[in-house]
Design a protein around this ligand. Structure first.
Ligand SMILES: Nc1ncnc2c1ncn2[C@@H]1O[C@H](COP(=O)(O)OP(=O)(O)OP(=O)(O)O)[C@@H](O)[C@H]1O
Ligand SMILES: [Mg+2]
Length: 220
């Protein structure tokens, strides 16, 4: 479903990803690990169509998203991809419920969106916090809101950049369990960047990045 061929990405003189080729099947789970600065977030941003590669090709469902016009790409990203950012990027002035609804405002009118947001928030265990603001939540709770927001448009691809990075062990286990449970029920392609090798071993596929070059382990 996602096919990456000979992908390279640099920022001026900083060469970040070097000639990477990878493919991910629908509905599987993938962990990406590697040292800080090895290009994990950059790779996730390219897969999420937020950053354009300098060379090489990305195909999602047999289409190169980077051939789309900006508005088409925005619409495509909004419907196909859910993104949980390294730093959750919640809007501080809005409530939990409103934050989860943000991706539904972009394009079509969705009369049942509020109901769906409430249902997703129930599934991530936050029904009792829907009118709170992000600043009134714990780190683990904020991460759950970010996950709920990423899932509101039922994306077939869920990308998470260190979703358990700033959490204590018990809370990160709970968030990881939640991601796997949602992955089972939603049957999405789940790609997670993590520093936690024990967590990485729970994924079907494990990509290790070193200086922008990758190697692959199949855990299963
Ligand atoms: N917008 C940018 N402009 C210039 N350089 C960048 C930009 N974004 C990332 N880089 C550089 O690219 C390299 C890879 O960054 P990236 O964020 O992908 O690493 P990472 O593996 O996610 O690291 P971490 O584990 O610390 O999050 C770093 O050297 C970084 O400084
Ligand atoms: Mg990163």
């Amino acid at each position: 479903m996602i096919k990456i061929s000979n992908l390279s990405k640099d920022y001026g003189s900083v060469q970040v990803l070097r000639n990477i080729s990878l493919s991910f099947t629908d509905g599987t789970s993938v962990a990406i690990t590697g040292p800080s600065g090895s290009g994990k977030s950059t790779l996730l941003h390219v897969i999420g169509t937020l950053e354009k590669p300098n060379s090489g090709r990305v195909e999602i469902n047999n289409t190169d998203p980077f051939t789309l016009s900006e508005p088409e790409l925005a619409r495509y990203r909004n419907s196909v991809i859910g993104f949980v950012f390294q730093d959750h990027h919640l809007l501080p002035q809005y409530s939990v419920l409103e934050n989860v609804l943000v991706p539904t405002f972009a394009f079509t009118q969705q009369p049942d969106a509020t109901q769906r947001a409430q249902e997703i928030l129930r599934r991530v265990g936050l029904s009792h916090r829907i009118s709170h603001r992000p600043g009134e939540l714990s780190g683990g709770e904020r991460q759950r809101v970010a996950i709920a927001r990423a899932l509101i448009n039922q994306p077939s691809i869920l990308l998470c950049d260190e979703p358990t990075g700033n959490l204590d062990n018990a809370t990160s286990d709970t968030i990881a369990d939640l991601l796997f449970e949602l992955h089972r029920t939603e049957q999405n392609l789940l790609i997670v960047v993590t520093h936690n090798l024990e967590l990485a071993s729970r994924f079907q596929q494990h990509i290790q990045l070193t200086d922008g070059i990758c190697s692959i382990d199949n855990n299963s």
